[in-house]
Design a protein around this ligand. Structure first.
Ligand SMILES: [Zn+2]
Length: 325
């Protein structure tokens, strides 16, 4: 600070001394001391009061502003939430619509095609009984919207659960159907080009040897001796052998009550117990047993009852093949 600084300090000290001397000079000291105390006390009180009032005003002012700001924020948030809820409801409408479509397809296509019973209405309509699970939303702002949204979500969830169970059932049924389709006899037992004619159809006929009306339980397909005979579906050979009427024959079990039989063979190429695929060669066309010419007698039974094999082929397959009268 140097000389200049010291001089200023000295000056200040002088002034302060003169000033305080003047204050104490012209009145009674005791009285004056008391008055000063009171005055000091009053002024401190006043200042304190002032500070307090200012603080209070400031505090309330700020909190008012903050509250207003908060109110605005809350209001904005509430608006936003409401919009979200309405949007959610819109999306749920879409989901409900999609579900209805799925239910319709499921009922009128999948379940119908697979021969499954339709789902009971009561199961599809997922109702709610007993206690009111939405009482917690009551008395709130927008409680109607909250309750209706919660209800819609719950119903949708229940319906989806029912639907998913139904689809499991459909998938199971479809797998069985797929297996069944692979097993059930459905192709011609001979190469179509090698069939010369259908000598005898399924049904009542005058027997060519016995000369009397008898049920013909299969169809007779004429082909050259040695023409390969194929299994018409996946299955298991349950019988092979020779009888006076059937000649050499093969019997295949396809499951689901379906059995196919191949008679009058010249040669058997499978053994009992053997598993066969559709199209596997199981024997050769011949003229063994009670037969008037080289041909294959092909027969299908369902639960032991002979049915017309022609119902199992695509009709177009037999188109153009000659038929004996
Ligand atoms: Zn026959």
């Amino acid at each position: 600070m140097g000389d200049f600084g010291n001089k200023v300090l000295f000056l200040n000290k002088n002034i302060m001394q003169t000033h305080s001397y003047r204050l104490y000079a012209d009145v009674d000291l005791n009285y004056k001391k008391k008055g000063i105390k009171q005055q000091l006390y009053n002024s401190i009180l006043l200042k304190l009061l002032f500070v307090l009032v200012v603080t209070a005003v400031f505090y309330f002012g700020i909190s008012f502003v903050l509250k207003q700001k908060q109110q605005k924020l809350l209001e904005a948030e509430r608006k936003h939430l409401l919009e979200q809820f309405l949007y959610l409801n819109q999306r749920m409408s879409k989901a409900e619509k999609a579900l209805l479509q799925i239910q319709d397809e499921e009922e009128n296509t999948y379940r119908y095609v697979l021969g499954l019973n339709p789902l009971p209405e009561s199961m599809k309509e997922a109702g709610f009984g007993g206690t009111n699970p939405y009482s917690k939303y009551e008395g709130l702002v927008n409680s109607d919207l909250l309750i209706s949204t919660a209800k819609r979500i719950d119903i949708l969830a229940k319906k989806l659960a029912v639907q998913s169970k139904s689809f499991e059932e459909i998938i199971r049924a479809a797998k069985i159907r797929e297996d069944k389709i692979a097993r059930i006899p459905s192709i011609l037992p001979l190469d179509r080009k090698k069939i010369r004619k259908i000598a005898s159809p399924f049904g009542m006929r005058k027997h060519p040897i016995l000369r009397k009306y008898k049920m013909h339980k299969g169809i007779d397909l004429v082909a050259k001796k040695g023409t390969p005979v194929m299994s018409t579906g996946i299955g298991k050979v349950i019988k092979t052998g020779y009888t006076r009427t059937a000649g050499r024959y093969v019997k295949i079990d396809h499951g689901y009550g379906y059995v196919s039989m191949y008679l009058h063979l010249s040669k058997i190429l499978v053994k009992k117990g053997e598993k066969v695929k559709r199209g596997d060669v199981i024997g050769l066309v011949g003229n063994t047993g009670r037969s008037t010419g080289t041909h294959l007698h092909y027969e299908i039974q369902i639960n032991g009852k002979a049915v017309n094999p022609e119902y199992f082929f695509d009709k177009r397959l037999l188109k153009g093949i000659k038929r004996a009268r």
